[in-house]
Design a protein around this ligand. Structure first.
Ligand SMILES: *Cc1c(COP(=O)(O)O)cnc(C)c1O
Length: 238
């Protein structure tokens, strides 16, 4: 895939984010872009980061893009080539035996869904680690995440652990053609975030929600970070 196409698609996504933010009466700069880079080679990710750097040279209001990996294995493989170029987030489930490997490369783990994992991260983190709690807003059995009814309690317990900073919530939206269903899930996440902040975890402001197909719905419901893969890198081989 040529780099020119990459820059064009990145600009297109920036445009969609800005339009959605404006439609919702929000500041487009308050919606961060994370490139979801699963299955993409490090070279291509670096080309996307370079395209982002060039775009920001002409429009410095944008914050640099983040990079999100789903699998620790890919994080470890690409980490050495991406470190220093972008902040890396882990956006997929983390098994307890891979905590050290994840901590080596990720500045943020967005997929914390149990106190047990949070305790392991807390015990091993060398410096303060940002975490998001992943919530399963759709209730789909295939999806990772704490149930909405347990999210507020989990946030309080995780926030009490040393070495972790609860920075917000993350979800993967409902798989549905009905925009109303998808939006309701995102609204649910926003309501949980508001409850968590009100109950004392004031750092938990971020809402990581929305992907290539539904970023507009997520931004309308308050997303502060959208995770974009195929709209930038093209369809993944299936
Ligand atoms: C793949 C993935 C994305 C991006 O999905 P696209 O539809 O390709 O934009 C976002 N979040 C997570 C957790 C993912 O696994």
């Amino acid at each position: 895939m040529d780099d020119h196409g990459l820059a064009g698609r990145l600009a297109q996504v920036r445009g969609r984010v800005a339009a959605a933010a404006r439609a919702a009466g929000r500041d487009p700069r308050k919606v961060r872009l994370l490139l979801a880079t699963k299955t993409q080679p490090a070279d291509l990710v670096r080309a996307a980061l370079e395209a982002d750097r060039e775009a920001r040279a002409t429009d410095p209001t944008h914050l640099p893009v983040l990079v999100g990996e789903n699998r620790v294995q890919e994080l470890v493989a690409k980490g050495p080539e991406l470190a220093g170029l972008a902040d890396l987030h882990l956006i997929g489930p983390l098994q307890s035996n891979k905590v050290n490997a994840a901590l080596r490369w990720a500045s943020c783990v967005e997929s914390v869904a149990s106190l047990e994992l949070a305790e392991r991260l807390s015990a091993r983190a060398m410096e303060v680690l940002d975490v998001y709690l992943q919530v399963n807003v759709s209730g789909e059995a295939s999806k990772h995440g704490v149930s909405p009814s347990q999210a507020v309690d989990l946030a309080g317990a995780v926030a009490a652990l040393p070495g972790l900073r609860v920075a917000g919530l993350m979800t993967v939206g409902a798989r549905s053609d009905d925009d109303g269903v998808v939006r309701a899930g995102y609204a649910l996440l926003r309501g949980l975030r508001d409850q968590i902040v009100a109950s004392g975890t004031q750092t938990a402001t971020e809402l990581s929600m929305g992907m290539s197909g539904d970023l507009e719905l997520a931004i309308a419901e308050g997303a502060t970070l959208v995770r974009i893969g195929s709209a930038v890198f093209g369809a993944r081989p299936t």
